[in-house]
Ligand binder design. Structure first.
Ligand code: MG
Length: 245
């Protein structure tokens, strides 16, 4: 685990604020009729002003942002797919700024969506909030995962398997893995100065996942709807600080 100095965290907070504003601007463009490629192009123009999109070229990813629609969970490749009313779109974005990455995701409803899907979005956002609330030096990865898992269970949804959050810093993905399930007091102890990404990914159906035909985008095996929220958070002496808002 790579612990960050206060100066490092200050730089990451600068980057995180910029990233949050970029994501907000992209959100404003999510309307029925837009394609995910158009959203990516808009995102690219925003990133150019401030730094580099962390995802572009990462493991061969072709876009500046991930745009995952409905049953797609993460790594949605921007395409000519047209967003229509009733869809939900997860936007995942990372910014490389002054030597550090920050990473965040949000899920937005397009037009009128099913009330149960709306409940899924709210539960995913709340699961992230619950995980964040738990953070302070000395708790374990299992404490965070357990908090998220229990909340998700209580809402009648499930956490998808095989995907998780991570440490972050000079590299986009650093140790440790931050699972969305777990047992209290188990797993790595999180120290002050660690910066992590918590990212619950929930499904309305089963937890199994599959690759889409492009071999990059990951979707639910049973094609049930999925939502995703993520923040980059620093663990501080008195608790934690969300860097991407
Ligand atoms: Mg991430």
């Amino acid at each position: 685990m790579k612990v960050k100095s206060l100066q490092d965290i200050a730089l990451m907070q600068e980057g995180g604020k910029i990233l949050a504003s970029i994501v907000k601007e992209i959100e404003g463009k999510v309307v029925p009729g837009v394609t995910t490629k158009e959203l990516d192009k808009f995102a690219e123009s925003l990133f150019q002003k401030y730094g580099k999109p962390s995802f572009k070229g990462y493991n061969g990813f072709p876009g500046s942002i991930c745009t995952s629609v409905n049953e797609e969970i993460v790594h949605g490749v921007p395409s000519n797919r047209v967003i229509v009313s009733g869809d939900i779109l997860s936007i995942d974005a990372g910014l490389f700024y002054k030597g550090f990455h920050t990473d965040m995701a949000t899920t937005v409803a397009v037009g009128n969506i099913d009330s149960e899907v709306n409940r899924l979005i709210r539960a995913t956002k709340k699961a992230l909030k619950r995980g964040i609330k738990k953070l302070r030096p000395g708790i374990t990865v299992g404490d965070v995962g357990n908090t998220i898992e229990r909340y998700v269970d209580s809402q009648g949804f499930c956490v998808v398997e095989g995907l998780c959050g991570h440490g972050i810093g000079r590299k986009l993905h650093e140790a440790p893995d931050i699972l969305n399930f777990g047992s209290r007091n188990k797993g790595e102890v999180l120290p002050e100065g660690l910066v992590i990404c918590i990212e619950p990914m929930l499904s309305m159906g089963g937890s199994a996942i599959d690759y889409c035909d492009n071999q990059i985008t990951i979707k639910t095996s049973d094609n049930s709807i999925s939502a995703h929220f993520e923040h980059t958070i620093a663990i501080t002496s008195n608790g934690c600080r969300v860097l991407t808002e």
